[in-house]
Design a protein around this ligand. Structure first.
Ligand code: PEP
Length: 232
């Protein structure tokens, strides 16, 4: 079971330091735990979580190792910091920053080649679900992802992200099974996972963990979700 916390654009280095010191003292159970701070806070998190089982990942990564790509950060730079992996293709990047299936694939391939683990996000919008296009969208998004042991997929229905609307356990189970039929990889569920719905979602046979946004920003709620994964 893998529980990853996507902090989005929250927590600079000072807040990251406070969070990591509290997280070190907290009980997280036996789940594999990853935190994904903003770029500027990665070094602090790596330093303060050193010697623990908790890993640190970035929220995005470029495909080249260096070059004229203003505002981007390369896989080798992340490796140099001691970062374990990166999220790619989060729906907020697809929605607000022009990320496409092709750029997601390039980011994933380069990160994997550099020795990073990758959490690749896929998921349909509300309109796509209502139009009966969920499987078609997932098939398209999955078709470009490389087969690699270090690749984890996150099923994040866009309509459930930051909305408080969670997929029912059955919706998650069906989507995860479909994704697994396309690619043999662990699949995390993401979309308004909270301490009170985590056990039910994580209890589905095809759910291998969670990618948590809002509830990963407080140590108490994040560790409660990590512990929910332990009791399954
Ligand atoms: C996310 O950002 O990946 C996410 C799932 O957010 P939330 O848990 O806040 O819906």
């Amino acid at each position: 079971m893998l529980i990853a916390g996507n902090w989005k654009m929250f927590k600079g280095p000072a807040e990251t330091a406070a969070f990591c010191l509290e997280l070190r003292r907290a009980e997280v159970g036996v789940a594999d735990v990853v935190v994904c701070p903003p770029f500027v806070s990665l070094a602090t998190a790596v330093q303060l979580l050193a010697g623990t089982e908790i890993a640190v990942a970035a929220q995005n990564v470029h495909w080249d190792s260096e070059g004229a790509f203003t505002g981007e950060v390369s896989p080798t730079m992340l490796r140099e910091l001691g970062v374990y992996g990166a999220i790619v293709g989060h729906s907020e990047r697809r929605q607000f920053f022009g990320e496409t299936d092709e750029t997601v694939a390039r980011r994933a391939e380069a990160a994997l080649a550099a020795g990073l683990s990758v959490i690749a996000c896929v998921g349909e919008t509300q309109a796509e679900r209502e139009a009966g296009e969920t499987e078609e969208v997932l098939r398209r998004q999955m078709s470009v992802l490389p087969h690699d042991e270090q690749l984890v997929v996150a099923y994040e229905p866009v309509w459930a992200i930051g909305t408080g609307k969670t997929a029912t356990p059955q919706i998650a189970q069906d989507a995860h099974s479909f994704i697994k039929s396309l690619l043999d990889a662990p699949v995390l569920y993401g979309g308004s996972v909270k301490p009170d719905n985590a056990a039910e979602l994580l209890g589905q046979p095809a759910v291998d963990g969670a990618l948590v946004g809002g509830a990963s920003l407080e140590v108490d709620s994040f560790t409660a979700i990590c512990r929910a994964a332990t009791h399954l």
